[in-house]
Design a protein around this ligand. Sequence first.
Ligand code: UP5
Ligand code: MG
Length: 190
Amino acid sequence: LTEKNPTVVFVLGGPGSGKGTQCANIVDNFQYTHLSAGDLLRAEIKSGSENGTMIQNMIKEGKIVPSEVTIKLLQKAMKESGNDKFLIDGFPRNEENRAAFEKVTGIGPAFVLYFDCPEEEMERRLLSRNQGREDDNIETIRKRFKVFLESSLPVINYYDAKGKVRKINAARSVEEVFETVKGIFGPKNE
Ligand code: UP5
Ligand code: MG
């Protein structure tokens, strides 16, 4: 990294809560680079890397890929971006991810965006997404919800206890949600 103290915002929320959609809007309005851990892992599968089959199997089961794999991909993408402001979307997903990222990179998040959305709404969105994602079927979606509740919510609670969580009602239109998001990033960065 060229800058010594990069700014990192973790973007968290359940499957289908709108993390990727809102990150795209943030990037259009503020000087951030969007890094989706899930997108990086899916690109790794496509590239035919030696970890590809393992990653594919874990995503199909809604399981969390070992943190060293994900962190390596994130670090590489951060370096290649040349930027020093990052939206890290869909990571950290469990306590081990969180602790390992802080240990390996020495970076803690400036804050954490948490897109809060009821499961029924997330399920509706995922089932109608139609982008050919192997994990957008009802069996895998149920597993993803379970992993989110059991492993990812505790990470959000950890940062909430530190006053770092900005919780957003994500069960509104894309535009309404982004109005709230904009207020968090502030006019000064626009
Ligand atoms: N949509 C979005 N916002 C809407 C709104 N306000 N109103 C109506 N519709 C809305 O949105 C999902 C769909 O809803 C889209 O069709 C969108 O148009 C619509 P999206 O913005 O894609 O939601 P997002 O929260 O990004 O959903 P995604 O499915 O990407 O979330 P996941 O957290 O499940 O997926 P991710 O790619 O992060 O991870 C996938 C898997 O990779 C994990 O299950 C895990 O197996 C693995 N993984 C790891 O192991 N480690 C990691 O660190 C990351 C991932
Ligand atoms: Mg996403």
